[in-house]
Design a protein around this ligand. Sequence first.
Ligand code: IDP
Ligand code: MG
Length: 140
Amino acid sequence: MATERTLSIIKPDATARNITGKIVDKLESVGLRVVAQKRARWSEADAQKFYEVHKERPFYNDLVAFMTSGPIVLQVLEGDDAVAKNRAVMGATNPEEAEAGTIRAEFAENIERNSVHGSDSPENAANEIALCFSDDEIVG
Ligand code: IDP
Ligand code: MG
């Protein structure tokens, strides 16, 4: 297994409930290391750019409104197989379908307000990390 990096975001529904530490604990418990982290408040342009791949989806405008509705915590996670490992501990997009013990099963409010983002491939992870962090903000 190769050491990888992936982009994680703790979403506004989770920062509003002050559960960022509980989410970091879940990530660390499966062996992911937080090698960069910052809190931010996205502008509409930031969210539109990040979610450009979804711009034709019916939920795009709502998603942009949600992701700009409050603070977020952006993270780079590092570990063996980090992309897949993070997706596994996140659980399914819809918390009703998420496996017990996953972040979304425990913390998500609904399919939109689902507490976390995680890159879905190593290629997208590299692009998302470069969009959100400069090299000197990442300390492995
Ligand atoms: P993912 O976050 O599990 O990778 P994506 O399909 O990439 O899921 O969708 C991005 C985000 O858009 C989701 O995490 C969720 O916040 C939102 N979203 C996805 N599908 C729906 C939907 O059917 N209704 C409302 N929001 C959705
Ligand atoms: Mg996705």
